[in-house]
Each structure stands twice: as structure tokens, then as C-alpha cells.
Design a protein around this ligand. Structure first.
Ligand code: SF4
Ligand code: SF4
Length: 235
């Protein structure tokens, strides 16, 4: 119903399913029927995703957003026809001019981005909620350097086996069940499942402080299963 509902994940899914271009239609800016002005959210999401496309080597012109009212049938037809021609000109996804990405590599890049969507949304939350009054501001809402930096400084979360007391708080709060949790055993984050939301970092009681943030270096390997049992000192 509202372009504000079009999530980054939907766009990613379309490209991951082999679409060569994606166009989002929204109501005219400042003509939203609701106080939410979801079309601004959609615009910001598109501006962000276009930078992500540049980051992974895709032509950002494959993604477009257009604002129009339901009474503008002719404009709609013109926009769709023009976008269709543009996508044809760009060619298949990943194989266009200046792209040259191997299909398997593209698939894994899109899968990697899909995993990071919640993280990106949390980190860029403020900008994603902004309202740009002037189209001249679109180019600078997100810059290429900013998005390159975002991905090069991705934060991972790691549970320090020396500090974990197996209180299970983090596992109960993790939204994607990424924490391997067994009673009286050091907890371990499954890095393949983790969406880097940071909830475990916030949830771990400060007296334990077992969850740490890691950036710019590899996450240490998980403690082998047979070494996870916590031997508690008797009172
Ligand atoms: S950061 Fe922590 S809470 Fe969030 S998904 Fe990863 S393991 Fe779960
Ligand atoms: S909340 Fe902290 S101490 Fe408790 S199980 Fe998780 S990492 Fe370990």
C-alpha cells in the first residue's frame, strides 16, 4: 500500500532472483495521506541501496524510484517504458558496462549484503528517517566513501570464553537464535547466523561483560565443544 513498506530486503531479493532492474513507485513527496511520509523512507532506502550497489560493483541506475499520483497514467507509462529501455541497455545484471561480475561472486556478494541488512539499518537509522527537501541533496545523503567505510568497518560480536558465565541472558534475547546456548557451558555466537544487531552486547550483564565487539580483525575461532563446560567454584 505504501512505498515506505518497500524494505531493503525486498530490493535485494529481486536482484538476488535475477531481476536486471527494480523500479519503485511512490506517491508524490509531501502528498502522503499519513503523517509517516513513507515515501521519504522509500527514497532514502533507494539512495542507500544505490550506494551499496556501487560498493559491490553494480550499476546503480538499475534501481530507480519515481513519485507520481494514481491519476498520472500517462506519466506512469512513460516512466516504465523509459526504465525498461534503460534496463535493456544496461544488459543482464552483473554483465553490464563497467560491471563484469562473475555470477557466483555476485550471488555471494548479494547474500552477504542480505545478512547485513539489519546491521546497516541500525547504523544508518537516522539518515534513513530523514526528509530531504531538495533533490540536490539526494547525492550526498549517503556517499560512496561512507558506504565503503561502513562495510570495511563491520562490527562482529564475540563471547569471551574466559568471561562468560552461561547465564543465558544473551541467548534469550538474540532475535535470530545465533547463540549456541547450553546450561553451564560457555556460550558461542554462530557467526554465520549472527545479523550483528548488538543485542547480546547490550544484554550481557555488566558484571560479566563477556560480549565484545570486534572490528578490523578476524573473530577468534569458537571454543571446541568439549572445552565449554564451566567449572564453578563451590561456596
Ligand atoms: S549480535 Fe548477538 S544478539 Fe545480535 S544476532 Fe548476533 S549473536 Fe544474536
Ligand atoms: S549474557 Fe554474557 S555471561 Fe550470560 S551467557 Fe551471554 S555472554 Fe555469557
Amino acid at each position: 500500500m505504501c512505498s515506505g513498506r518497500v524494505d531493503l530486503e525486498f530490493v535485494l531479493r529481486a536482484f538476488s532472483n535475477g531481476m536486471d532492474g527494480v523500479i519503485i513507485g511512490g506517491c508524490r513527496l509531501n502528498e502522503c495521506n499519513y503523517i509517516t511520509h513513507g515515501n521519504y523512507h522509500a527514497l532514502n532506502m533507494v539512495l542507500l541501496f544505490r550506494r551499496i550497489m556501487e560498493h559491490i560493483g553494480l550499476n546503480p541506475e538499475r534501481l530507480r524510484i519515481e513519485f507520481m499520483s494514481s491519476a498520472e497514467g500517462i506519466r506512469f507509462a512513460e516512466v516504465m517504458s523509459e526504465f525498461g529501455s534503460k534496463v535493456k541497455e544496461l544488459g543482464p545484471l552483473g554483465k553490464g558496462k563497467g560491471e563484469g561480475i562473475d555470477q557466483n561472486e555476485l550471488k555471494s556478494k548479494l547474500a552477504e549484503i542480505a545478512k547485513l541488512v539489519p546491521y546497516v539499518k541500525v547504523v544508518k537509522n537516522e539518515k534513513l528517517a530523514s526528509r530531504l527537501a531538495n533533490p540536490n541533496e539526494y547525492d550526498n545523503l549517503f556517499t560512496k566513501d561512507e558506504i565503503d567505510k561502513l562495510f570495511s568497518e563491520i562490527i562482529s560480536y564475540y563471547i569471551d570464553p574466559e568471561k562468560c558465565q552461561a547465564c543465558m541472558t544473551c541467548a534469550k534475547r538474540c532475535p535470530v537464535e545465533a547463540i549456541i546456548s547450553t546450561k553451564n557451558q560457555v556460550h558461542v555466537i554462530d557467526q554465520d547466523k549472527c545479523i550483528k544487531c548488538g543485542t547480546c552486547f547490550e544484554a550481557c550483564p555488566s558484571r560479566f561483560g563477556a560480549v565484545t565487539k570486534i572490528s578490523g580483525r578476524p573473530v577468534p575461532p569458537p571454543l571446541p565443544e568439549e572445552k565449554r563446560t564451566i567449572v564453578r567454584k563451590s561456596k
